[in-house]
Design a protein around this ligand. Structure first.
Ligand code: MG
Length: 355
């Protein structure tokens, strides 16, 4: 075989091997969008209704039954849904409505009811949707005795995750979604963590930290856009007169981190000789050497000691400190343990002299 034909042969083998690979990338759930073989969520009867659920004091009330002043249409104009008897209702062909305010991480409460007058089937019955950041749809659908594709059920992250169970109430009855939403995080163009949704439907958990693998869409899977990190809350007009009431939201922020590095001072290199001098039984605690580290052991709880000087220590993972005093001739004298939320001195202890 000539060098040229060997080269062609090798290329052909590689191409054939390539052809043997799957022709599509596996989706995170293992299921393609709207696969009818995907099992239907089991039906669960929710407990007795507690609706309307009063908003906590720090919630932003997006709809309290009066008007649509907190809402807009897609192009920014007036929201075109109607408000009747304290309820807002999707007007077919009027378009989605969006909150004027944008949100990222949030806790959201929405109450909705599909039409009591049942019409259509599958996706044509009481279809609407709650969109987080205008991108991620928690499906609204009359799923009471209404089979449809699994990832299109009420409470699905549409086209991606079916609800864990079908906790639907009857058509016309008020239902609730309580949604905890964590927005996607990016480092530059790179997705660091996807949007995450936890959803309770009528008080029943139906999405448990489901990681959206992109904005939701019909049939296709869209890509994340790193420029979008917040957005309006959207309610879908899907041609059915679905009603909404009592919509409130609590924007969430990351918990505070320490303002300074005071809690984590620079570590001092303690000599082995000093470590060995400190080991022993004290009143109320002992000091043990485990590997290269010293541990202050109290009530069987080992607290790793981080030296910040020859005689001062903080604990690696617990707020507090342990400080030794020395006599004029350099002998260890007393130990001061500071350990509780108030960071006050709780004891003065002395290492008993060895027998
Ligand atoms: Mg929908």
């Amino acid at each position: 075989m000539s060098r040229t034909s060997l080269c062609i042969f090798a290329t052909t083998v590689l191409l054939l091997q390539g052809a043997a690979l799957p022709a599509f990338a596996q989706l995170p759930t293992g299921w393609k969008a709207h696969d009818l073989k995907r099992p239907a969520p089991p039906v669960v009867t929710p407990g007795e209704s507690n609706l309307p659920l009063k908003a906590p004091s720090d919630a932003i009330i997006l709809f309290d039954g009066k008007d649509l002043s907190n809402w807009r249409s897609k192009n920014g104009g007036k929201a075109k849904w109607k408000v009747v008897d304290g309820v807002m209702e999707s007007v077919p062909k009027s378009g989605y409505v969006f909150s004027k305010q944008k949100f990222g991480d949030c806790q959201l409460h929405v109450e909705w009811a599909s039409p009591a007058n049942v019409k259509g089937k599958s996706q044509q019955r009481g279809n609407s949707g709650v969109f987080l950041m205008e991108l991620f749809e928690v499906q609204v659908l009359d799923c009471y005795n209404n089979p449809t594709y699994s990832d299109g059920n009420a409470g699905s992250i549409y086209g991606q995750y079916p609800p864990l169970v079908n906790a639907s109430r009857k058509p016309g009855e008020w239902q609730s979604y309580d949604i905890v939403f964590k927005r996607p995080r990016f480092d530059g163009d790179k997705l660091v963590s996807p949007a995450m949704l936890t959803v309770l439907h009528n008080g029943v958990l139906i999405q448990n930290h489901s990681k959206a693998f992109g904005p939701t869409a019909w049939m296709v899977h869209d890509e994340y856009d790193p420029l979008i990190t917040e957005g309006s809350l959207g309610l879908q007009d899907h041609g059915n007169p679905v009603r909404y009431r009592n919509i409130w939201i609590r924007p969430l922020t990351d918990p505070p981190r320490p303002e300074s590095k005071e809690e984590y001072p620079k570590e001092h290199q303690l000599s082995d000789e000093m470590k060995n001098r400190l080991v022993g039984q004290y009143e109320g605690f002992s000091i043990e050497k485990r590997g290269d580290s010293l541990f202050c052991v109290m009530a069987d709880r080992p607290l790793e000691m981080v030296p910040v000087s020859e005689t001062e220590f903080v604990f690696r993972k617990t707020a507090g400190s342990l400080i030794f005093t020395q006599t004029d001739d350099g002998q260890l004298d007393e130990a001061y343990l500071m350990l509780d939320a108030a960071r006050r001195k709780v004891s003065t202890v002395r290492k008993p002299a060895p027998e």
